[in-house]
Write a protein that binds this ligand. Structure first.
Ligand SMILES: [Ca+2]
Ligand SMILES: [Ca+2]
Ligand SMILES: [Ca+2]
Length: 714
C-alpha cells in the first residue's frame, strides 16, 4: 500500500515540476511583448455622456413611453446617484435596451468616465454603466467607372477582388432585400435610383453646449428626425482648434471637408449597374436604408445602438417603426474600445431579429480585438486587402477578423475603391465619383455580397451567413509583400461567385505517410485528392484536425502525438463545410505498436500513467492531458525536455499501476488536480490556472491523506 501511495506522490511531484516549467516559460514569453505607445488626446478620448441600465427596467420603460409618474421616479433615482457620487448627473434621454443616457457635468477623459462608471455600478440598483463614447467613420480618404473598379473584377485577373462577374450571371440581387447603411446619411445621386432608397431615419441627437441646447453635430437644426440626409461633416480650423483639448465642441476632431462617407458606402453596396453611367454597385436591385448616426466629429454609441435596433425592425420609443426591416446592417465605423454592453446587447437583439451585422475592422494597423464594435461577438468583422490580395497597410488584423474584402492600398494601387460621392466641400453640391481606401470600403463589399446571397437564400440565419461566407472564402494569395493568413485576415477573401455557386464535393485519393509508431511526436500528414477548398479540413478518426490548404488537390494536416497514442487503424477523410461540400470516403492510417522506451518494458503509447489509470488513451481525462502536452508543453523547450524525461521514467510505473485496481484508483485521484489545472490552463487564463494549481495541490494532498483509512479497510 505504501508503494501505491508513492505512485500518487510521484504524480503530484511531476505535476508541481511541470507547473513550474510552464509558469516560468509563460513569464519569459510575456516579458517579450512591447509596451504600448502613448496616445495623443483627441475627441476619441473624451465623453460628456454615460449610459446607465438599471436592474429594474420598469421605470425606464414607462418613462420612455411617456408616463409622467415614471419620469418623476427616474429623476428621483438619478438624484440618488447624484448624492452617492457627488457628481451633477443629469438626464439626457432614454435609449433602446432599457438604457438611460446621462449627461456628465463636463467633458472628461474616457479613463475618468470609466472610473465613474465603476462607481455607479457599486449602486445595487445599477446593472451596468458605460461611458457613451463616440465612433468615427473608418475611411482613409483619397482624391479623384467599371474599368477602374478592380475590386469587383474576376479573381483570375484581380487577386484582391470579390469576383463579381461570374456571380452576376447567377443573380444581380432582389428588391426584397434591405441593407441598412448606419453611417453619415444619404445624398441623392444620379447613379442610384431614388426608388431603391427606402425611408430611413436620422438618429443624431442634440447636445448641450455652453448652457444652450444645440444640434451642431447633426448640422440640420434638429435632433432625431425622419430625414437622414447627409448634411455634411466638415470641420473648420476654428472648430478643430476649440478652446483647449476638452473645451471646444469639435476640439480634437481633425479639420477637413465633408466625407459623404455614407454615400460612398451605399454606392458600393448598390449603385445602379448596367445603366450606362458612372460606376457599378454589387447588388443591382436591393433596397438601401440609411440610418444617420455619424455627424460632425463622429457619433455617440447610444445613437448608433438605437439605429441598429431600429434598422433591424425593433421598436424604438419616440421613433416611427421601420417599415423596411434590414437583413444586413453595415457599420463602417468604430473606435478603440472594448466591446461594451451597449453594443453587445444591441448586436444580440439585432441577430435575434435575424439580421447580420457587418463591421469594419478598423484602420489602425493593429489587433482588431481593441476596436469596437468589430470586436463584439456575433458580428462579421471585415479586414481590408489591397489589389494584390495582400493585407492593406492600414488594416487591423487578428484572430477576431471574420473575412477580408478589398479596401485598396496606396503602394499597390494608387486609387482604392471607386464609388459614389458628392463634390461639395462642406454642404452638398454636384454628383461625383471618388476613390476611397479603408476597411470602411471593405465592409460594404461584404454587405453587398451578402445581399446577393439573401436574394437566393432568404431563410439563412446570421450564423449561417457568417459560416457560408467563411466556408467559400478564396485563399489568400502569397508573395504579395504583405501576405494575409487565416490568423490575421479571417477565413479568406470573400468570393461572391464561390458563395453563390457553393463548394464542390471533395474526393480523397492518397496520403503520406500511411502509418506511424505509437507515441511519436506530432507530424504533418499530406492528403491528396480533388476539389479541396480553402475551408476543407482533414478528419482523423472523426475529429477535425488543424489543416493547411496547399492547393485544390493537396492539404496538410497536423496529427498530434495524442492522435497516435494507441496502436490501431484510424480513418482519415476530408470534410468541406456547406454550402455544398461534404465528406469524402475514408483511407486507413495504421498506428503500430511503440518501441519500448528506456528498457522499462511498458510501451503502449503516450501519457502512459494516465492511460493506465483511466483505462484507455481515448478517455476524456487522458485527452485533456494529451491536449495540454501538445499545446502547452511541446510548444517550448523546457516543456519538451520535461516530456522527454517523463517518457523515459513513466512506462515502468504505468505498467505496475495497470496491474492493480487500487493502484489505478489512487492514481486517478492523484491525477484529477493535474487534469483540472490542465483544463483550466487550456480554457481559462494563466492567472486562473495559477490559482487553480495552488488549490488543486492542496486539495490533492488532503484527498490522498483521507484515502489512507479507506484503503486499509479495503
Ligand atoms: Ca436632425
Ligand atoms: Ca435630418
Ligand atoms: Ca452606374
Amino acid at each position: 500500500m505504501k508503494k501505491k501511495h508513492y505512485y500518487s506522490l510521484f504524480v503530484i511531484g511531476l505535476f508541481i515540476c511541470f507547473s513550474l516549467i510552464m509558469i516560468s516559460s509563460q513569464f519569459s514569453r510575456a516579458g517579450g511583448t512591447g509596451a504600448t505607445a502613448g496616445v495623443k488626446p483627441s475627441a476619441r478620448d473624451y465623453t460628456d455622456r454615460m449610459i446607465v441600465v438599471y436592474h429594474d427596467t420598469s421605470v425606464v420603460r414607462a418613462a420612455a413611453a411617456g408616463r409622467a409618474s415614471a419620469r418623476v421616479a427616474a429623476e428621483k433615482r438619478l438624484e440618488g446617484l447624484r448624492v452617492k457620487t457627488g457628481i451633477n448627473l443629469r438626464h439626457l434621454r432614454f435609449m433602446s435596451g432599457d438604457g438611460q443616457v446621462i449627461r456628465l457635468p463636463r467633458k472628461m477623459p474616457l479613463s475618468e468616465a470609466r472610473e465613474l462608471a465603476a462607481r455607479l455600478m457599486k449602486d445595487p440598483a445599477v446593472k451596468y454603466a458605460e461611458p457613451d463614447a463616440r465612433k468615427f467613420p473608418m475611411l482613409v480618404p483619397n482624391d479623384t467607372r467599371y474599368g477602374e473598379q478592380w475590386h469587383y473584377h474576376a479573381a483570375t485577373i484581380e487577386p484582391g477582388s470579390v469576383n463579381l462577374p461570374a456571380a452576376w450571371d447567377i443573380t444581380t440581387g432582389s428588391p426584397n432585400v434591405v441593407v441598412a447603411v448606419i453611417d453619415t446619411g444619404n445624398l441623392p445621386h444620379g447613379d442610384i435610383d431614388p426608388g431603391r432608397i427606402v425611408q430611413g431615419y436620422d438618429f443624431i441627437s442634440g447636445e448641450e453646449w455652453d448652457g444652450d441646447w444645440c444640434y451642431a453635430r447633426a448640422n440640420d437644426g434638429d435632433g432625431l428626425d425622419p430625414d437622414p440626409k447627409d448634411e455634411g461633416d466638415w470641420i473648420t480650423e476654428e472648430e478643430h482648434l476649440g478652446t483647449d483639448a476638452t473645451g471646444g465642441l469639435f476640439a480634437g476632431c481633425p479639420e477637413g471637408y465633408s466625407s459623404w462617407h455614407g454615400t460612398h458606402v451605399a454606392g458600393t453596396i448598390g449603385a445602379n449597374t448596367n445603366n450606362g453611367l458612372g460606376v457599378a454597385g454589387i447588388d443591382w436591385n436591393c433596397k438601401i436604408l440609411h440610418a444617420r448616426v455619424l455627424g460632425k466629429c463622429g457619433g455617440y454609441d447610444s445613437d448608433i445602438a438605437d439605429a441598429m435596433r431600429w434598422s433591424a425592425g425593433i421598436h424604438i420609443d419616440g421613433v416611427p417603426d421601420n417599415t423596411y426591416p434590414a437583413k444586413v446592417l453595415n457599420l463602417s465605423l468604430g473606435g478603440e474600445e472594448e466591446c461594451g454592453h451597449t453594443y453587445q446587447n444591441a448586436i444580440n437583439d439585432v441577430i435575434d431579429q435575424g439580421a447580420v451585422v457587418v463591421v469594419a475592422a478598423g484602420n489602425s494597423d493593429s489587433d482588431m480585438s481593441k476596436f469596437a464594435p468589430a470586436n463584439c461577438n456575433g458580428v462579421i468583422a471585415v479586414a481590408a486587402v489591397n489589389r494584390l490580395g495582400g493585407r492593406a497597410s492600414y488594416s487591423n488584423y487578428g484572430s477576431g477578423v471574420t473575412i477580408a474584402a478589398p479596401g485598396g492600398d496606396k503602394p499597390v494601387d494608387p486609387h482604392g475603391v471607386l464609388s459614389l460621392l458628392n463634390d461639395g466641400y462642406t454642404i452638398p453640391a454636384g454628383d461625383d465619383y471618388r476613390f476611397y481606401r479603408g476597411t470602411s470600403m471593405a465592409a460594404p463589399h461584404v454587405s453587398g455580397v451578402i445581399a446577393l446571397l439573401l436574394s437566393r437564400e432568404n431563410g439563412l440565419t446570421p450564423a449561417e451567413i457568417r459560416q457560408w461566407i467563411q466556408a467559400t472564402a478564396r485563399p489568400f494569395p502569397t508573395g504579395t509583400g504583405r501576405d494575409c493568413t487565416k490568423a490575421t485576415c479571417g477565413a479568406g477573401i470573400i468570393d461572391a461567385y464561390a458563395l453563390l455557386e457553393g463548394n464542390p464535393a471533395p474526393s480523397i485519393e492518397g496520403m503520406s505517410p500511411e502509418s506511424a509508431r505509437a507515441g511519436l511526436f506530432k507530424f504533418t500528414l499530406t492528403v491528396t485528392g480533388e476539389n479541396f477548398s480553402y475551408s476543407s479540413v482533414v478528419r482523423w478518426n472523426g475529429k477535425d484536425r488543424k489543416t493547411n490548404y496547399v492547393s485544390p488537390t493537396c492539404l496538410e494536416a497536423t496529427i498530434t502525438a495524442g492522435d497516435i497514442a494507441w496502436p490501431g487503424n484510424y480513418p482519415v477523410s476530408v470534410f468541406t463545410p456547406a454550402p455544398g461540400g461534404g465528406e469524402t470516403g475514408e483511407l486507413t492510417f495504421e498506428v503500430k505498436k511503440a518501441i519500448p522506451v528506456g528498457g522499462g518494458g511498458g510501451g503502449g503509447g503516450s501519457c502512459f500513467i494516465a492511460t493506465a489509470a483511466f483505462g484507455s488513451p481515448m478517455e476524456k481525462h487522458v485527452g485533456i492531458l494529451q491536449d495540454f502536452r501538445d499545446r502547452r508543453l511541446l510548444t517550448n523547450a523546457p516543456g519538451r525536455a520535461f516530456v522527454k524525461f517523463y517518457y523515459e521514467v513513466s512506462p515502468a510505473i504505468a505498467a505496475k499501476i495497470a496491474q492493480s485496481t487500487t493502484g489505478r484508483f489512487v492514481t486517478r485521484a492523484a491525477l484529477m488536480p493535474l487534469v483540472g489545472a490542465a483544463y483550466i490552463t487550456l480554457h481559462g487564463g494563466w492567472s486562473v490556472a495559477l490559482l487553480a494549481i495552488v488549490f488543486f495541490v492542496l486539495l490533492s494532498l488532503i484527498t490522498t491523506r483521507k484515502l489512507r483509512p479507506g484503503r486499509r479497510s479495503a
